[in-house]
Design a protein around this ligand. Sequence first.
Ligand SMILES: [Zn+2]
Length: 446
Amino acid sequence: MSRFLIRNADIACFDDLSVSKNDILIEDGRFKKIVKKIETSECPGATVIDAHGMLAMPGFIDCHSHTYQTFIKGPLDDLVITDWLVRLFKFEDAMSEEDYYYATLLSCLSSLRFGTTTINEMGGWDHVDAILQAFEDAGVRCTFGISTTDVPENEVTPLVSVDEALKRTEAIYEKCHGRNHGLMRASVAPAGLPAVSAEMAKALKKYANEKGLIYHTHLGEGKMETENVAKAYGLKGEAEALDQLGLLDKHTLLAHSIWLSDEEIDLIAERGAIPVHCPNTNMKISDGIPKIAQMLKKGIPVAMGCDGEASSGTRDMVREGKAGSYLQKAITLDPTVMDAGTTFKMMTINGARALGYEDLGEIKEGNQADLVLVNMEDDFSLTDHDHRIGNLLYAGTGHAVDTVFVAGELRVRNKHIQNFDEQFILNKCNELIHKLNVRTGYVKED
Ligand SMILES: [Zn+2]
């Protein structure tokens, strides 16, 4: 295990947007010591990094993602959801094992480059070994579940039986849980009630409870789909339906959570389930705007996610945070909601708790050392050293991230991914993406 001494880091406090200058010793994957001054004689052999002028933050936690979509963000632009889904499945079918490996790797490396150290993935079953290998090779922390559906949303929806969904979920647990020195964990991840029967949802929740896994699903994303679920269950909304099935509790993550009644928001608060806000997808797919400010007011620790790039167009959590904050200010006519400190907590500690980590999401002695150093001295838009946290969110992007550690291992330094030939990865991915576009008929051969 590596040992690092980080000198003069300005550690961000999200409560009052202050910073405090400290040295940080990272050892055995954890924050060993955080004090004003650490002598090199205290940590022989440590690699010293001078973080003077850099803002230190916990690694960002992306709580809802479909990483493989990195290869298909272009062809799905500007489509209504029915056409979007049909084209998505067409591209999924056309992707080879090599495509899945490199799409996942590219997405993970892109996330790391933007300071995301943990990804909560809702992935696919096809070529899953290659996908899991990409997560392991990237060295990112992840919670991985496969999306399963047994109710057709259209004629191309891939369906599986409840037994098969359980079999695949068990296989994921065996392949993934605890892998890569514990960086990888398994989850259950049924797509969402419009496409999942009550029987499948309950069976997967039972399995999750037995194994101590999170239940990761979509909730109230499309207006029409949500109304259909409510009608089918004879209830007022989809969250009520989840509750009736016994699925709403603090181990359940609810991606999007847009179409909810005020009563359902109260219900979610009471049960302790965690909505995951994915604002770029909500805007680009035109699904609507969730009542995040209201949820936060009720004490719900909402987390954030980049979703798949086919819908959000980005792996950058800073861009997500900014979009979410601006949207809430606009719909509530209240500029104080989803302030910068709250938004960064949603991107860090809320995500860590949602995924079941008690020792992640804060720069604290004893915690796992997932750390981001942000360089704000080489960017014209990030001037003003007195307001760096707010400026990063409102005026910046994840491109300002300079250095990233995952579990005490250096993954990004001087804005470059470590241990990978970046140009090779870019060339390879561009070549594969072009071939995929040609193969599916959306682009003519050269
Ligand atoms: Zn999603």
